[in-house]
Write a protein that binds this ligand. Sequence first.
Ligand code: NAI
Length: 476
Amino acid sequence: MDYKVADLSLADFGRREIRLAEHEMPGLMAVRAEYAEAKPLRGAKIMGSLHMTIQTAVLIETLVELGADVRWVSCNIFSTQDHAAAAVVVGKDGTADALKGVPVFAWKGETLEEYWWCTDQALQWPDGTGPNMILDDGGDATLLVHKGAEYEKAGAVPTATAEDPEEWGIILDTLRRTIAEKDGRWTAAAAEIKGVTEETTTGVHRLYEMAKAGTLAFPAINVNDSVTKSKFDNKYGCRHSVIDGLNRATDVLIGGKVALVAGYGDVGKGVAEALKGQGARVIVTEIDPICALQAAMDGFQVSTLDDVVDTVDIFVTTTGNFNIIRADHMERMKHQAIVSNIGHFDNEIDMAGLAKIAGIEKIEIKPQVHEWRFPDGHSIIVLAEGRLMNLGCATGHPSFVMSNSFTNQVIAQIELFTKTEEYPVGVYVLPKHLDEKVARLHLDALGVKLTELTKEQAAYIGVHVEGPYKPDHYRY
Ligand code: NAI
């Protein structure tokens, strides 16, 4: 088996944690039981690009149990849990000498070159073919296939300009090399792929942009906007893991401090609630009047970064937008202010601008925790080099909330793979009855007793006794 992980001897540790995680992921385990006989993903060749954690290991092994042939990478250079990656490669019944798992190309602390090499590796099967399904988080695998096919058609790969981010040059180099190795490869890959299921807000944004521009090459299911994904993982997941990231990175007392949360969408709501729960005085920034009003009514001060930057102890960006915290903001911050991002990409904080300040010094406190000392002697602490801090400095979201997200992923993979003709090229969300099914699968584990509608009550509010219970426009 071709694979590349940090250390296969970590597999036993990974397997023990996977075993515990399975119990906390009732949705995935129920889907395994439901489809044990039917194996609806038989024939699916799924390339996955999603944080290689213990929870993702349970997702991967669910896809395999449903019949899929899987190859995997992490969608972030810092988010891999090396024991999880090792356990997936070794497999449940395998040993280091007899690997029976899934090819994984991921380790914690990849360089950007290694990251794109891994993505390329997972997109190629040993027989020279590509995947027929993608499971993406943030859209990097989807981007590589689309850009590769686009440049093959154009007959040339452009050169990055000085204004382009460093990463873009690396992506273009990867495409130039792979096209030179096998011309037509990306066009063939794009034609072979039946569809992609996308995990996160940022990746979904990219998909809708491509659909709007008419460049989307295959259908996509927007898993993020299943209610049981974004209203749970983004909110309650981040509510848990933002504190975990801050504690493991700095162990600074949060109570009494001033924290700023940029963005009050699903992630921002969870992050602000968590920081408030720790006793921080939380300030929110927003550009959307509705979210700003929500933040105010939830009891938060809403202000602008420029107005309060020099009073804040802990910053967390959650916008999915870029250039939220600029270098000149960081220069004005308090001594040892903590600067972090939990949004998908690292450009929410202008790390490149920070590095360019004349006389600035970067001191590694420990991996993923850096003190940046300004020429005047004061410093700030940046987590995970500006990348998502909950996965870079801690272990991301816990299993139970990821069971909701990943049950949606598995159902979406089955939908696109088995009902391809029902999904012409476009971006779709799962129907509400499947969203409700995902929630239902997680109730027993929490001891939830659901009230059943009577026939008369169902008729009175215009729904079926068995659901769906809300119109599509309902906001939860
Ligand atoms: P969202 O769209 O619900 O929220 C983002 C909010 O930021 C919006 O309310 C928007 O108005 C606001 N915003 C945009 N530009 C702003 C600016 N310049 N200043 C202040 N506010 C601004 O998106 P969601 O679902 O909350 O996701 C946010 C990011 O987090 C995305 O990149 C997503 O992919 C990522 N994400 C990360 C997770 C993690 O575990 N680290 C989990 C889930 C999502």
